[in-house]
Design a protein around this ligand. Structure first.
Ligand code: HEC
Length: 572
């Protein structure tokens, strides 16, 4: 009797399940499906899994679309995001991999279903981001900060896997110092002046040249690296720590990756124009690129070579008010302008670029040149360039400073910005200041960030003359109100994000991201709440930008070391 009841119950349950499955199928067939591909992500260890990034790429396409599984472990690609075709599927979930490789056929008629089974990975080390390595390795913050400059050209992977000892490592560091910024392991470029100019400590090439302090710093870095690499054991002697998977709001997002036609492209800066086209600079080759996000098609415009033999590649890319594009051409030593009407380049060579090996023009600020005909430059020196006459004037930060002032000696800037009056603002990466140079009087005023030694790196001025910027070492998104001289700062929740750049969108969010943990951060500046979107793969984030013509605004960034342009669309 007891047995019979159980049997009966089982039968009822089965029928119910069949019934609801049938109802579901009917619903899917009768109305056009709102999703094109959906399924459940689960593992034996956790059951249904939230926060798994599921990426789909159609055979032969250059576009990969990624969604994130929700609290029930369900993922779904909206209908309009996957055209019919055969897709390969990949996932990102730290500690896991797909049990088997998955291919799915997506049709126009009905939603494709594909459940994804994950298994624990046998090799966690291969999945760690730079940030996770930095969290895991023993050492002081100061010791670890010595490695922040390393992740410009490659991840920490070759470093933690290396076997060099403390005495062998200085030779390796010396070799690193000979590479120009626009280098990767596969495509190194030698600096014209290969005496070595510190990439080892401060996140950018230093100006110190070779000196005993630099040598001592190198020995210190070598000593430290020999304690975290494989010089004395075959496995790491410290536990590998990982970040939690995305949760809640951080799963409400669609991420699109566009592969660029030349895989060696280093898309350092990428920005949308008013027609929604994405323009990007290439840090390692002399092209300006334009991506049509609707089709994934790319146009490339060769930038004139102004210094034959010097390393190639450009860094900053900025639209002026007529949508012309201005670039800093790094070791080519020039400011370049691409005229959108004539499709021609015009260049202005910095005064020293023909005779001085290391003349380097990284940043350009043309936005307000309609005010007074001046474009500001950041690089080996910062300059004021009068466009009509081609006259360059180096900025002297010590000019007019009182002799007893101890804080303002020897300042330098990395990012540059200008306000609506075309006053200059330099972001003092090696230190702690936003440095203003008044356009009319020339007066220099350094403003210290509330967080000491925060490392202001790059930023964007908003329409109210507020500078939104990234504190690289301080791991904060910050705002400097140029009208009041006051700062606001918001810590980024995850350590070692090392925000590179920040921007404010028209919906009231500030966005940032860095080179170390593949997080794009969206900060609600009213509530202080941050959402950290994990990107689908290792991403070297540099310049960040938003397209305010979409609702809500869309975020764009280049994956500088992978030849990919990325769009992040929040769904709430
Ligand atoms: C400007 C670009 C650049 C920077 C910055 C850079 N590297 Fe490299 N690194 C390279 C290139 C290019 C290679 C591959 C060629 C080579 O090994 O010389 C490389 C390779 C390596 C390797 C593997 C070499 C081997 O022989 O196994 C190690 C280890 C390494 N880098 C350590 C570092 C460390 C530590 C830092 C920071 C202190 C750093 N790199 C910063 C460009 C760079």
């Amino acid at each position: 009797m007891l047995q019979k009841t159980i049997l009966l119950k089982t039968v009822t349950a089965t029928v119910l399940i069949m019934f609801s499955a049938a109802a579901h199928l009917v619903a899917v067939q009768n109305s056009p499906p709102s999703v094109s591909l959906t399924g459940l992500v689960s593992s034996q260890k956790e059951g249904p899994m939230e926060g798994v990034l599921v990426s789909a790429k159609r055979a032969g396409s250059t576009i990969t679309v990624t969604v994130v599984s929700d609290a029930q472990g369900r993922y779904s690609f909206p209908k309009n995001r996957l055209d019919p075709g055969q897709y390969s599927v990949r996932i990102r979930a730290i500690g896991y991999e797909l049990q088997r490789s998955e291919t799915v056929i997506v049709t126009a008629e009905q939603a494709a279903h594909q459940d994804l089974k994950l298994v624990e990975t046998q090799d966690l080390a291969y999945q760690l981001s730079n940030g996770e390595w930095l969290m895991s390795m023993p050492g002081t913050d100061e010791q670890k900060q010595a490695l922040l400059g390393c992740t410009q050209c490659h991840t920490l992977e070759p470093i933690v896997r290396s076997r060099y000892t403390a005495t062998e490592f200085p030779k390796i560091l010396d070799r690193m110092n000979r590479y120009a910024q626009g280098s990767t392991r596969l495509r190194p470029q030698l600096r014209p002046n290969t005496h070595g100019r510190g990439v080892t400590g401060d996140g950018m090439a230093g100006r110190e040249g070779e000196n005993p302090a630099r040598q001592a710093q190198m020995a210190k870095t070598a000593e430290f690296v020999s304690t975290i690499n494989l010089s004395s054991s075959s496995r790491w002697q410290y536990p590998l720590k990982t970040l939690p998977r995305p949760k809640g709001k951080a799963t409400q997002v669609i991420i699109t990756e566009y592969d660029l036609p030349r895989p060696e492209t280093l898309p350092h800066d990428a920005a949308a124009d008013s027609a929604g086209m994405i323009w990007y600079s290439d840090f390692g080759s002399h092209y300006l690129g334009m991506l049509d996000p609707k089709t994934g098609k790319v146009m490339e415009y060769p930038i004139p070579i102004t210094k034959p033999g010097a390393p190639l590649g450009s860094l900053d890319l900025v639209f002026d008010k007529q949508s012309n594009i201005w670039l800093g051409t790094m070791y080519q030593g020039s400011l370049a302008k691409f005229d959108r009407k004539t499709q021609k380049f015009q260049t202005w060579g910095s005064p020293k670029f023909q005779e001085r090996d290391e003349a380097r023009i990284a940043m350009v600020m043309p936005i307000n040149n309609d005010v007074d005909g001046i474009v500001w430059i950041g690089g080996d020196d910062e300059y004021r360039v009068e466009i009509k006459t081609g006259e360059w004037q180096a900025i002297d930060y010590d000019e007019g400073q009182s002799k007893d002032s101890s804080i303002v000696r020897g300042l330098s800037a990395y990012g540059v910005a200008s306000d609506s009056k075309n006053n200059f603002y330099g972001l003092n990466l090696n230190g702690t200041y936003i440095i203003k140079k008044d356009a009319k009087t020339g007066k220099i005023t350094p403003y210290a960030t509330p967080t000491p030694n925060s490392g202001p790196r790059r930023g964007h001025m908003d329409s109210e003359d507020r500078l939104w910027f990234a504190e690289f070492r301080g791991n904060r998104i910050a705002m400097f109100d140029t009208k009041t001289g006051k700062f606001r700062e918001w810590p980024v929740p995850t350590p070692w994000t090392n925000v590179y750049d920040a921007i404010y969108d028209k919906a009231g969010y500030a966005w940032g991201g860095g080179m170390n943990n593949d997080h794009v951060v969206r900060l609600n500046t009213n509530t202080g709440e941050s959402t950290e979107y994990l990107l689908p793969r290792t991403t070297n984030i540099r310049r960040v930008n938003v397209d305010n013509s979409t609702n809500p605004p869309t975020f764009w960034v280049g994956n500088n070391l992978e030849g990919i342009i990325i769009r992040v669309e929040p769904l709430e």
